[in-house]
Write a protein that binds this ligand. Structure first.
Ligand SMILES: Nc1ncnc2c1ncn2[C@@H]1O[C@H](COP(=O)(O)OP(=O)(O)OP(=O)(O)O)[C@@H](O)[C@H]1O
Ligand SMILES: [Mg+2]
Length: 259
């Protein structure tokens, strides 16, 4: 992981805040994501982790703060801006749309139209082509979903999460942001999800991953941001911490170690 210390910073946030009325969900948070790293965000329930990610990607309107990509400030007012900036996100609470098929979920907003007059004039979708791309990807990633034509709600939590992660592998350009990719997954699914996270990194993406699983932080991440009460309580190299220390930082039993 030593080599990453010299890696350039791909994404920066400065002074990100989100207020809900009187509730300060996010309080002047700074974040740096280095090229090629997996950066974990940890913290208790309600610490502001999901809010941080949503403010970064424009899923919610931030109260204040700015975001920079490659050192240039970018305006991210919604998910489309985030995608255009190379960010692909799997949100904790809205990973897939229930009422539509796996194929439609995978290509939502990025559908492939037929390469003929019908496609060009009427936007007729090329389902065989989309299906083939998905089957190919699922095979590569060892995702076992037989019937991609069924609505997403017919699948288990683990299968749905795997599909959402596969989407980041297919479309993720530079940055993948994952909000608890292994929450509510069984042992096999959880391992598969972490293998997918590693394959994102192998594909050259930089990854931000929110998790409550300290083993995943210690085994798969390069650095970790600890959040407490809407603020950054600590930023550490994973090589410098152990599980007990992380828990101490999360609960506040151990004080600040930023750097
Ligand atoms: N839409 C909302 N309206 C009002 N308060 C909100 C809203 N969304 C989040 N909050 C508050 O913001 C704070 C941070 O919430 P957030 O969802 O970011 O926590 P989290 O760290 O992701 O927690 P978890 O580990 O449970 O997912 C909490 O106090 C929460 O109640
Ligand atoms: Mg959350």
């Amino acid at each position: 992981m030593e080599h990453l210390k010299s890696a350039k910073t791909i994404l920066q946030a400065r002074g990100l805040s989100k207020h809900y009325g009187g509730v300060v969900a996010l309080d002047a948070v700074d974040l740096d994501l280095r090229e090629g790293e997996v950066l974990a965000i940890v913290g208790d329930n309600g610490a502001g982790k999901s809010t941080l990610v949503k403010a970064l990607t424009g899923a919610i309107a931030k109260t204040s703060g700015k975001v920079m990509i490659d050192g240039q400030e970018v305006r991210i007012d919604g998910p489309a801006d985030a995608k255009a900036a190379g960010m692909e996100t799997v949100y904790q609470d809205l990973a897939l749309v229930n009422e539509i098929s796996i194929t439609k979920n995978m290509f939502l907003g990025r559908e492939i139209v037929k390469d003929n007059l019908f496609g060009k004039l009427f936007g007729v979708l090329d389902f065989p082509k989309m299906d083939a791309k998905i089957q190919d990807l699922f095979q590569k990633l060892d995702i076992r979903i037989a019937d991609i034509y069924r609505d997403a709600e017919a699948f288990s939590g683990g299968q749905r999460q795997a599909v959402a992660l596969a989407k980041t592998v297919m479309f993720g350009k530079r940055i993948a942001i994952l909000d608890e990719p292994t929450a509510a997954l069984g042992v096999r699914e959880s391992k598969m999800a972490m293998d997918l996270v590693c394959s994102l990194k192998d594909h050259g993406l930089s990854v931000i991953m929110i998790t409550h699983n300290m083993q995943h932080v210690l085994n798969h991440c390069d650095r970790v941001i600890v959040m407490r009460l809407g603020k950054v309580a600590a930023v550490c190299d994973v090589a410098d911490v152990d599980g007990d220390m992380l828990v101490g930082l999360i609960t506040g039993a151990i004080e600040q170690k930023v750097g």
